[in-house]
Write a protein that binds this ligand. Structure first.
Ligand SMILES: [Zn+2]
Length: 319
């Protein structure tokens, strides 16, 4: 049998095996995230090297002989800069799809004051005075006015917010900002008022918000981190303290990418991936941003290692 035939046979056999690999599963990275350094005919074994993940790759098997084991983008190895770009362009199209169809959530919530009135946690006089104070000051949320001016407890306001958004309220006696910083770029922690709280043993990450949960942020994190992310509310002062503190700890390195057109996005992002050569990387859109997360080495746990990760954030034009 000619060599080419034998190689292709092995490759397609290999292809039938599941290719998706979780970046955080310890143990198997050596085999699944690496192509071999040298491939000779007797070293070709199923499961031992990757095939280019660009479905339209035209370079063929000969490129497997090249010394190239990275980058990996969304669980797939690409054989060349061109193939990386093709895959990235496709991922960008996927993320941009439906962007203009997105509707605002949160339009029909019962106002917080009414929730509290209904529960008889405040009376009509307290609510009226808090609304008046808010109007005069021209700022501040109603919950905060109820606490500051009417002496309503913060815990009660948090409970009401939980009812309003149908979302758990979590108290935060201790928060490890250094450990949680790798979960989300600093820019998003800041801009969206999101606070990664902790990871529970069942690979569940709690993401805290102060007054309204943002499911878009939580969903983007689920897709990047490959773990369940549950949005919860944290009482006001506990949230603010931990949120202020986490903004001072080290986060993964971030590059802000500026492109003038959507068409350039794929090329620009693939250039970064080709430069960093990550062992894993993923792309998601999060509101008006694209977020590319890259891991420079295999990691067995999500947290504690801001240095092995790198982010690229690209602000999309407002439409
Ligand atoms: Zn290729």
């Amino acid at each position: 049998m000619p060599l080419l035939g034998s190689l292709s046979g092995k490759i397609s056999q290999n292809e039938s095996q599941p290719v998706g690999q979780d970046a955080f599963t310890a143990g198997d990275e050596e085999h699944t995230l690496r192509a071999p350094d040298v491939v000779s005919s007797d070293e070709v074994r199923a499961g031992f090297f990757s095939r280019c993940s660009n479905p339209n790759c035209a370079t063929g098997w000969i490129h497997l002989l090249r010394r190239r084991t990275v980058p990996i983008f969304e669980d797939g190895w690409t054989c060349s800069q061109n193939c990386t770009q093709k895959r990235m362009e496709q991922a960008v199209r996927r993320e941009m799809e439906g962007r203009n169809r997105e509707t605002r959530l949160y339009q029909h919530r019962i106002p917080l004051g009414l929730v509290m009135l209904e529960q008889q946690w405040i009376d009509a006089g307290q609510l009226r005075r808090a609304i008046e104070a808010q109007r005069r000051a021209g700022e501040g949320r109603i919950g905060r006015w109820l606490v500051q001016q009417e002496g309503v407890s913060e815990a009660l306001v948090a409970r009401a917010l939980g009812l309003q958004w149908s979302c758990p309220v979590v108290s935060l006696p201790f928060h490890d900002g250094v450990a949680m910083a790798p979960a989300l770029p600093r820019l998003f922690v800041d801009a969206f008022g999101a606070l990664p709280l902790r990871v529970s043993s069942e690979r569940l990450l709690y993401l805290g918000f102060e007054d309204r949960p943002d499911p878009v942020v939580a969903f983007a994190m689920e897709r990047i981190l490959k773990m369940r992310v549950e949005a919860v509310l944290v009482p006001d002062s506990e949230f603010r303290q931990a949120h202020t503190r986490i903004l001072t700890v080290p986060f993964p390195r971030v590059e802000l990418l500026e492109v003038s057109s959507e068409a350039q996005l794929g090329r620009a992002l693939s250039r970064v991936v080709e430069k960093v050569k990550p062992v894993q990387s993923r792309l998601v859109r999060l509101h008006d941003f694209l977020w590319l997360r890259m891991w420079r080495k295999p990691v067995s746990t999500l947290l504690h290692d801001a240095e092995s990760m790198e982010d690229v954030i690209c602000a999309l034009n407002q439409e």
